[in-house]
Design a binder for this molecule. Sequence first.
Ligand SMILES: [Zn+2]
Ligand SMILES: [Zn+2]
Length: 168
Amino acid sequence: MTFAPIGAGDLVGHPGVTREISVRGTVEGLGTDVAGVPGEIDADVRLESVIQGILVSGRLTGVFSLRCARCLDGFERPFALDVSELLVVGPLSDPDWYELGPEGEIDLGPMIVDAIGVELPFAPLCRLDCLGLCETCGGDRNLSQCPGHEQLDPRWAGLEVLLERTND
Ligand SMILES: [Zn+2]
Ligand SMILES: [Zn+2]
């Protein structure tokens, strides 16, 4: 389930009034080829009425679903990140802010997509010393040595690089 709108109309226009909420949901439109958050995200946030609207601050927790950039294995890694965003009564005069609904509803979706989007790793590694895939046979070098073929003679490695350059 995506995040349901949170009614906060009673807070709007009452600067200083706060409320703590804990909600859970999924978001769409978040992810790359190697990273995403398909599961639920917990948002434990404080809503604070300020002069411009509602300040939402707190913590998002969930699990990144990742694909190792070296061995292409899928794996998961939990995350927790702090957010602090201002939602204002529209129209927006600052692109860094978010807009409250007409009745003062808070839609956490867009701010969560933005906050997590910048944290998605570009080149996730299943572990720091992941050996990756064999360039010759494509086998996972974390699992085994390559038995099915000869390793390239290191004396020829320089020539191989030269050939590759020539082909470019
Ligand atoms: Zn890996
Ligand atoms: Zn191999």
